[in-house]
Design a protein around this ligand. Structure first.
Ligand SMILES: [Zn+2]
Ligand SMILES: [Zn+2]
Length: 188
């Protein structure tokens, strides 16, 4: 397998920290600690948000920004580069057989980059446990405060509490072990 690491075209404008690109969804802290106010959005009502600003303060590579995760999941943006992900170039990263994901979609190129450079991923789960799921689209499940189950986005009006997390439920066409998927990508 080649070990060439290419920065995805759409990710070149991301802020950098000590030479590393900082993914779109990564949390930043400008005040010494993250701040998560509840805001009201027109579509989803009360929603946990965040006041951090990319490029200000320090990136927290193992934490995801609630505000940018919401943007990414609701607008079908890539969690790495922040640009739109079309259904013919969409992957999710998780365990084998995962059907609901805690992270947003990615472009294939951005997923490859993340697998090659992101040490936070390897802390979350050993390398041989990661699978790349190819998907053609997704619906959205919400975590709503004080509700004990996932709430489909179109049932949001039935619950008052703030939305605290956003989960894509992709329409998956295949799962490939991450190491095998990287090898396939390198040989294309
Ligand atoms: Zn944030
Ligand atoms: Zn991307």
């Amino acid at each position: 397998m080649t070990t060439t690491i290419t920065i995805p075209a759409g990710a070149a404008q991301l802020p950098r920290w000590r030479g590393l690109l900082v993914p779109y969804v990564t949390e930043w802290t400008s005040h010494g600690q993250p701040m998560w106010p509840t805001i009201t959005t027109p579509e989803y009502g009360p929603t946990k948000s965040c006041t951090c600003r990319p490029g200000h303060g320090e990136p927290l590579f193992t934490e995801i920004c609630g505000a940018r995760l919401r943007e990414a999941v609701t607008r079908q943006l890539c969690q790495t580069c922040g640009h739109h992900v079309p259904g013919d170039d969409m992957v999710f990263l998780g365990g084998h057989g995962s059907t609901v994901y805690a992270n947003a979609a990615m472009h294939a190129d951005c997923c490859r980059y993340a697998l090659q450079v992101c040490s936070g991923l390897l802390k979350a789960m050993p390398e041989d446990r990661w699978y790349v799921a190819a998907a053609v689209g997704y619906t959205i499940l919400l975590q709503v405060k004080d509700v004990e189950r996932f709430v489909p986005a179109d049932e949001r009006h039935l619950h008052d509490g703030p939305v605290t997390h956003w989960y894509p439920r992709p329409v998956i066409t295949s799962y490939t072990r991450a190491a095998d998927w990287l090898a396939e990508q390198a040989s294309r």
